[in-house]
Ligand binder design. Structure first.
Ligand SMILES: Nc1ncnc2c1ncn2[C@@H]1O[C@H](COP(=O)(O)OP(=O)(O)O)[C@@H](O)[C@H]1O
Ligand SMILES: Cc1ncsc1CCOP(=O)(O)O
Ligand SMILES: [Mg+2]
Length: 264
């Protein structure tokens, strides 16, 4: 099977899936826009009273623990519990889980109890979930010796989910196969929230097809769009990147992909 299925972009744009997102307090606007730009419909909530209605309408769910607190714990747990009747794809982003036992203990407890479709984090976050030795560094990946390809495969196996470890190389696994992609731009790690945007795009693609190929295609779309922007500063790059995301089509991403392969 091919790693990417670029036709999924047209499917997102034509079906306009509703993506229910519980985000951190730092990046909600850019995350909502990423989902909107690619052709889906972002929905963020804070009231537990709305959970049953929203989960029933959602086509996918993205949970991000970047600014986790008790209210968010209750909200996310209620969403996962309600989703047991609907089985919507769930992306879980364990932001900075290696830097706080509050985050780690709660996340492990939740992942033991509820299934998620895809874990999306950086290598340090994946290592923390597996209790591997690693020097975590807040929202950044930090330093460690483990092979990231093995980490992501082990994460997928352990949590019975897809796993995506982002970084200079992005690794995607279903616990058996591991796929790598290396489309990149040095501005990605310089703009806070690109990881959160990526998680919400993975949820968006999973909304139209629940497959490893959809996870890879989300990463490929996100990184090829960012790679194609050549700018002289973080802000100009980010604006250009968002322009490209909002215009990207199956035809245009195929051209970017072919050009990128040609340059390898
Ligand atoms: N050092 C890097 N160079 C280029 N791109 C990177 C680098 N690190 C991460 N990326 C890209 O940035 C995006 C966000 O990944 P990452 O920074 O790992 O997430 P997070 O913000 O959750 O730590 C991904 O698309 C990834 O491909
Ligand atoms: C700065 C910050 N602090 C808590 S969450 C957050 C944003 C994290 O974004 P990302 O995981 O995409 O780097
Ligand atoms: Mg992150």
């Amino acid at each position: 099977m091919k790693q990417f299925d670029w036709s999924l972009i047209e499917r997102v744009r034509s079906t306009h899936p509703l993506v229910l997102i519980i985000n951190n307090a730092v990046t909600p606007q850019i995350v909502a826009n990423a989902v909107n730009f690619i052709g889906a419909s972002p929905m963020m909530i804070t009231a537990p009273e709305e959970v049953p209605d929203m989960v029933a309408q959602a086509d996918a769910i993205c949970l991000n623990i970047g600014t986790l607190n008790q209210a968010q714990q209750e909200l996310m747990t209620a969403i996962l519990a309600a989703n047991q009747a609907f089985h919507r794809p769930v992306v879980f982003d364990p932001v900075a889980v290696g830097s706080s036992s509050f985050r780690l203990n709660w996340t492990k407890q939740v992942l033991d109890r509820y299934p998620v479709t895809c874990l999306r984090g950086n290598a340090g976050e994946m290592a923390a979930l597996l209790h591997r030795p690693w020097h975590s560094h807040g929202i950044d990946s930090g330093e460690g010796q483990d092979n990231v390809s093995e980490l992501v495969q082990e994460c997928a196996r352990h949590f019975h989910s897809f796993a995506l470890a982002s970084g200079p190389t992005d690794y995607v696994s279903d616990g058996i196969d591991v796929e790598e992609s290396t489309f990149t731009n040095p501005y990605f790690p310089r703009y806070v929230g690109t990881g959160d945007m990526l998680s919400s795009l993975v949820a968006t693609f999973l909304a139209v097809e629940n497959s490893l190929q959809a996870v890879s295609t989300a990463v490929g779309t996100f990184t090829l769009c960012g790679q194609s922007c050549h700018d002289r500063g973080s802000l100009t790059w980010f604006n250009h990147f968002n322009d490209v995301l909002s215009e990207i089509t199956t035809v245009e991403i195929t051209k970017l992909f072919e050009k990128s392969e040609h340059n390898d």
